[in-house]
Design a binder for this molecule. Structure first.
Ligand code: HEC
Ligand code: HEC
Length: 364
């Protein structure tokens, strides 16, 4: 226990609320991102949105909060940080009420990596999932590439969080001050009484209103725009009828033009069945498929199933890899029946969407 005589209100209430709400959101984002199945994507998006809102608040509070909440109170020169490390090495115990110089580097690193995670996450959501505020402007290729960055950053954040916790334990032991507790009740013991600059409430409210009004309306306007490269129309009824007789009507976006053309010119030997149709109908369906084939769209399904080979969707590497985790017996159940019955597990298969949220393996 510390025997320092004075208690100083170091962390104001908004900062402490920010801290614990951020922790909760990061835990939810990490669990849904690393551990839960794809169809928990909504939880991940909600946690990510909460993190963005909290970071924007922190940005405003960093200029308007009480003394130690302000960025300027823990903006140290690299030289000061080094000097602090050297002092610790010599066994000295420099006392800082707010963040010490090493701790402050950690705080800025955490905030920066979180901001980058929020930005890359929004890009992935827009491009690879065709959802969220960037769905109208980010391509699948960009979203899919950004996913790698997002994952790297997520591992980086895990490492930083571990470092942050280790730092708190180390510094609490060293100083005899329970730092986690002061993030709960706000106080820290101090050798001398110290007054803290009060928050600038007016400026904080104005900042929060401005940031959320501007950011919120821009985000809403972007979110209202239709997703780029995503099919919106229902399947043509002639196609759904003729090609939905023996199996579900596969969305035209699930194959490229070359594959459809090959399928349509060999209907008399259609995967072992005779699916012949009158020439006029073959022509009409071929035109429809060519116009709406994968090349026209930018969804994940269109991008991964675009290649000409193999003819079967379920023989493509992507399909096999993504469904490898599913027990083979599941495909034999009454509700599924066959691998090609996409609709049994993808509620939006007929629309060609294959959104993560719509995945649901039917229970027996
Ligand atoms: C007479 C019944 C029949 C009709 C009509 C039919 N198909 Fe098929 N189709 C099959 C069978 C059987 C398979 C093999 C399914 C399996 O192995 O699970 C198949 C498979 C497919 C596949 C590959 C699915 C996979 O597993 O990846 C595609 C694509 C396909 N059909 C497209 C079409 C199109 C386009 C039409 C309309 C012109 C059509 N089919 C009409 C019977 C039919
Ligand atoms: C038995 C249920 C089942 C069937 C049938 C099925 N899928 Fe899936 N599919 C899944 C599951 C579960 C996942 C998620 C796998 C994972 O966690 O990576 C998935 C993932 C996918 C993805 C990636 C989605 C994403 O957000 O990354 C695509 C695309 C896809 N399936 C297409 C198809 C197509 C096309 C068919 C039909 C030819 C099909 N699936 C049939 C269960 C099924």
């Amino acid at each position: 226990m510390s025997d320092l005589p004075h208690r100083v209100p170091v962390w104001d209430l908004p900062l402490r609320l920010f801290h614990w709400m951020l922790l909760t959101s990061v835990v939810a984002a990490a669990i849904s991102g690393f551990l839960l199945p794809l169809n928990w994507l909504n939880l991940h998006v909600i946690a990510g949105t909460a993190i963005i809102v909290l970071l924007l608040f922190r940005l405003v509070w960093g200029f308007t909060g009480s003394g130690f909440s302000r960025f300027s109170s823990f903006l140290f020169l690299p030289r000061t940080v080094l000097a602090h490390v050297q002092a610790l090495r010599r066994g000295e115990t420099p006392h800082y009420l707010g963040h010490n110089p090493v701790g402050s580097v950690m705080i800025f690193a955490l905030l920066t990596v979180l901001a980058l995670l929020a930005i890359t996450g929004t890009i992935v959501l827009g491009g690879a999932e065709k959802q969220g505020v960037l769905k109208a402007i980010v391509s699948y290729a960009t979203g899919s590439f950004t996913r790698e960055l997002h994952e790297l950053l997520a591992y980086g954040l895990l490492a930083l969080v571990l470092g942050h916790v280790a730092g708190i334990i180390f510094e609490s032991r060293r100083s005899g001050i329970n730092l986690a507790r002061s993030m709960v009740n706000g106080d820290k013991p101090s050798p001398v009484p110290q007054s803290i600059a009060p928050p600038r409430i007016g400026a904080a409210v104005a900042g929060v209103v401005a940031v959320f009004l501007l950011g919120g309306s821009a985000a809403y306007a972007m979110w209202r725009l239709p997703a780029a490269g995503v099919p919106h129309d229902a399947l043509a009824s002639a196609y759904a009828k003729q090609c939905g007789d023996c199996h579900i009507p596969f969305h035209p976006s699930l194959r490229g033009r070359a594959a459809w053309s090959e399928i349509m010119t060999s209907l008399d030997d259609h995967f072992g069945e005779d699916a012949s149709l009158p020439d006029a109908e073959v022509q009409q369906l071929s035109d429809y498929l060519a116009q709406n084939a994968a090349e026209r769209w930018d969804t994940r399904a269109a991008n991964v199933f675009r290649g000409p080979e193999p003819l079967r969707i379920t023989d493509t590497n992507f399909w096999k890899r993504r469904h490898a985790g599913i027990d083979a017996a599941v495909f034999q159940t009454k509700k599924v029946g066959t691998k090609s019955n996409c609709e049994a597990c993808h509620g939006d298969a007929r629309a060609g969407l294959f959104n993560a949220q719509a995945i649901n393996i039917p229970k027996e």
